[in-house]
Design a protein around this ligand. Structure first.
Ligand SMILES: Cc1cc2nc3c(=O)[nH]c(=O)nc-3n(C[C@H](O)[C@H](O)[C@H](O)COP(=O)(O)OP(=O)(O)OC[C@H]3O[C@@H](n4cnc5c(N)ncnc54)[C@H](O)[C@@H]3O)c2cc1C
Length: 241
């Protein structure tokens, strides 16, 4: 990385948030499975959409690619930097709005972990529907960009069904904000439909307006023996009631 780029990145996010030490970079350069390895000249940790936009601008001007990363729990290597790309760690974008119990929605920064989001929702008597084993580390931004499913997907759907709006920064540095969370949003292109599941290839997600669900405080597991797969599937409508 040129000293010019290094200095421009430090100007944007502050020197403390441009990590170049090899030992520190190492955890960002290998995926959770330890199977995909890459290298990056720097891990950059922006704290806002404006800083993300400025980082993308600086990197674009220098002709350097950027790979966004959340909790780095993805299992297909999408968060690993390759070819000298700058690693954009989104963990500092971790603001959380007050839960709106009327609309049953909350706005979460891309770096908020799923576990923190669940705890925040439960403190207001609600819950976040998508749940899986990596909840303590996986982030909202990563979940949006992988269209995460998890253990309750049959009941509540994937992330796509939870995202009511997004804020995202595009490669030209433009910030698009659609965080109103209107259920009847019919005007213009639907940003979540474009970006959910795009693995960071189209934009950097900085925040999401998310649907919440009732918190099932008591749950029970039952082992039900069915004669066939068809029988098991036909049981589902009855169990939902
Ligand atoms: C133990 C374990 C269990 C798991 N179980 C499930 C499961 O049941 N269901 C499931 O769907 N997944 C599961 N996963 C996979 C993983 O946790 C999910 O894919 C999760 O959504 C990744 O989130 P992350 O924050 O770690 O994203 P990362 O791994 O950091 O990134 C994933 C992808 O999203 C991109 N990205 C990350 N943040 C942003 C952003 N802000 N803007 C743009 N692009 C971004 C990255 O570039 C990368 O392409 C599991 C993983 C583990 C380790």
């Amino acid at each position: 990385m040129s000293s010019l780029l290094d200095s421009a990145l430090r100007d944007v996010v502050g020197a403390a948030h441009v990590l170049v030490d090899a030992d520190v970079r190492a955890t960002y350069e290998t995926d959770w499975l330890g199977q995909t390895h890459g290298t990056t000249p720097a891990v950059v940790r922006p704290g806002s959409a404006q800083e993300v936009a400025a980082v993308l601008g600086v990197c674009a001007a220098a002709g350097v690619a950027v790979v966004p990363q959340g909790g780095n729990t993805g299992l297909v290597g999408g968060s690993v930097p390759r070819g000298g790309a700058v690693l954009l760690s989104m963990q500092r974008c971790s603001s959380l709005s007050t839960v709106d119990t009327l609309s049953m929605q909350v706005t979460a920064g891309a770096g908020v972990t799923i576990e923190h989001l669940q705890q925040h929702a439960r403190a207001a008597g609600l819950d976040f529907a998508v749940d899986w084993g990596a909840r303590a580390t996986a982030t909202v931004g990563g979940a949006v960009n992988t269209n995460a499913g998890g253990s309750r997907v049959v009941r509540f759907g994937t992330m796509r069904a939870q995202v009511m709006g997004l804020q995202a920064v595009f490669a030209d540095g433009s910030i698009v904000t659609q965080l109103e969370g209107l259920p009847k949003e019919t005007a213009g292109p639907h940003l979540p439909s474009l970006l959910v599941g795009s693995e960071g290839t189209l934009a950097v997600v900085t925040a999401a307006r998310l649907r919440l669900v009732p918190w099932f405080r008591a749950t029970a597991a039952a082992l039900v023996a069915c004669d066939s797969l068809v029988d098991a599937v036909s049981l589902l409508p009855q169990l939902r009631q």
